[in-house]
Write a protein that binds this ligand. Structure first.
Ligand code: SAH
Ligand code: SF4
Ligand code: F3S
Length: 465
């Protein structure tokens, strides 16, 4: 019998991208092939996000267009995975006769069995959340050979009042330090140059007596030429020990994503963020003093219930004070069953848009100002892939996570190169190749790393959600 093929489309955060690689790994080890072409697939998985209403809206629309694959070939199985599966459950199957399977983030081990059943016409729902599942033993099928995401903890116990994640992902649980270090070692052996440790609250990681700082240190010692990143950290769990660990280990990138959400103490309290503006700013000072070259980014929500013009101004003030290199900025979106849902949604869309635009405009100005001093400087960049705009150029990232574009020259993917910057805008650095620093990517990378087909609808931090 011909091998059945799975197509996976991913929405949402890096945790979802990492999960899609876990799903691909599970399906692959059960004799399913992976394809990048939905038209060629026997099974279509859509790994979804619920964080804001528009994230869900996009998936509903996409399901409508995926319907045609089923009409063309009635045996095709369509599965909704991820956070929408957890949140909407039966509703997804009942609506529109498109979806055969609904599988939440902790039930991916059951996918082969559920797919088999779906092939014989039995629709399936598996949305149990687990206190222990962390896919520790699953080898993810990764889609690129340079930079890998590793989920080191799952779930979230913080319960910020606006957020669905604690409901869609369940309670916090961590992988063992040993298994993470082993995975990093394997990735290093197969030529990966960068790993990003992931968790919704990655710095609350714990394995017995080991905390996140211990994990970072252990991972950074695997190979000092490997870059180590992490995301997302909650300000409350940003310990001094972790800050020192970042400072003391050269290969841990000097880049911290530290969501603030709002600059107003009143709103922070309503959000249950568990820190005040002053505490957050003290933390930022501590970080900047300990890691002088640090680059910071954040998440901000505009138009949380009851937010006044004064609250909004305080957010702008904090942005001016911290001077983030980048930010992900969102309009508040009420989510059913969260605490904030009960607070109503009293800020009109017009005002939300106006505040969000002011926030975006200010951040773009600051990002540009932060990038301008780099003109004339030489930065170190890990070459990731061809630039989206030109096949003559590569794109890569600096240690501070700044996207850098430059003519290819004799550099190749996986090289760590020196780039002299001659132009910047708020989002990108442009430069020329000064020097190739390390040898080309090892040729030992297994072909499946390059060919595995997990279609990305969000890539890296730029389109985080
Ligand atoms: N765990 C991460 C964030 C996960 S969600 C953290 O706490 O830092 C990513 C971002 O989406 C959040 O930081 C927040 O800015 C935004 N977000 C979450 N729920 C939202 C909502 N209901 N409306 C608008 N933005 C939201
Ligand atoms: Fe959501 Fe807050 Fe948890 Fe982040 S820390 S995932 S915003 S509840
Ligand atoms: Fe979205 Fe779920 Fe991630 S809600 S942001 S895909 S954890």
């Amino acid at each position: 019998m011909q091998q059945r093929k799975v197509y996976i489309e991913t929405y949402g955060c890096q945790m979802n991208l990492a999960d899609s690689e876990v799903v691909a790994g599970i399906m692959n080890s059960n004799d399913y092939g992976i394809t990048t072409d939905a038209a060629d697939a026997d099974i279509i998985f859509v790994n979804t996000c619920s964080v804001r209403d528009n994230a869900e809206h996009r998936v509903h629309q996409r399901l409508q267009t995926l319907k045609k694959y089923k009409s063309n070939s009635p045996g095709v199985v369509i599965g909704v995975l991820g956070c929408m599966a957890e949140r909407l459950r039966t509703e997804l199957i009942e609506k529109g006769n498109i979806v055969d399977l609904v599988v939440g983030p902790d039930e991916y081990r059951r996918l082969p069995e559920l797919v088999e059943n779906a092939m014989s016409g039995e629709k399936g729902i598996a949305v149990r959340l687990s206190r222990v599942e962390n896919y520790d033993d699953i080898v993810p099928l990764r889609t690129e050979g340079i930079s890998a995401w590793i989920s080191v903890m799952r779930g979230c116990d913080k319960f910020c009042t606006f957020c669905v994640v604690p409901f869609t992902r369940g309670r916090e649980r961590s992988r063992t330090l040993k298994s993470v270090v082993e995975e990093v070692r394997r990735l290093n052996d197969s030529g990966f140059k960068e790993v990003t440790l992931l968790g919704q609250n990655v710095n609350s990681y714990r394995d017995g007596d080991s905390d996140f700082a211990d994990l970072m240190k252990a991972v950074s010692e695997v190979d000092r030429s490997m870059r180590i990143r992490f995301t997302t950290s909650h300000p409350k769990d940003m310990s001094e020990k972790l800050i020192r660990t970042i400072a003391e280990n050269e290969n841990i990138c000097k880049y911290i994503h530290l969501p603030i959400q709002s600059g107003s103490d009143r709103i922070l309290k309503l959000m249950n963020r568990t820190y005040t503006r002053a505490e957050y700013l003290r933390l930022v000072e501590k970080i900047k003093c300990t890691i002088p070259a640090v680059s910071l980014s954040t998440d901000i929500i505009a138009g949380f219930p009851t937010e006044t013009e004064e609250d909004h101004k305080q957010t702008l003030e904090v942005m001016k004070h911290v001077r983030y290199d980048g930010a992900f900025m969102f309009k508040y979106s009420p989510r059913e069953n969260t605490k904030a849902w009960e607070m109503g949604d009293d800020i009109s869309d017009g005002i939300k848009v106006q505040r969000l635009n002011e926030i975006i405009e200010l951040q773009q100005k600051i990002s540009l100002e932060q990038n301008q001093p780099l003109i004339g400087q030489t930065v170190e960049v890990l070459v990731e892939r061809e630039s989206a705009k030109s096949s003559d150029e590569w794109m890569g990232r600096t240690d501070a996570n700044k996207v850098t574009v430059f003519p290819k020259g004799d550099a190749t993917i996986g090289d760590l190169v020196k780039i002299k910057i001659h132009k910047v805008n708020s989002a990108t650095l442009f430069g020329t190749l000064e020097k190739r620093k390390v040898a080309t990517l090892q040729e030992s990378i297994p072909l499946e790393y390059w060919n595995a087909g997990i279609n990305r609808h969000s890539r890296h931090l730029k389109s985080y959600f």
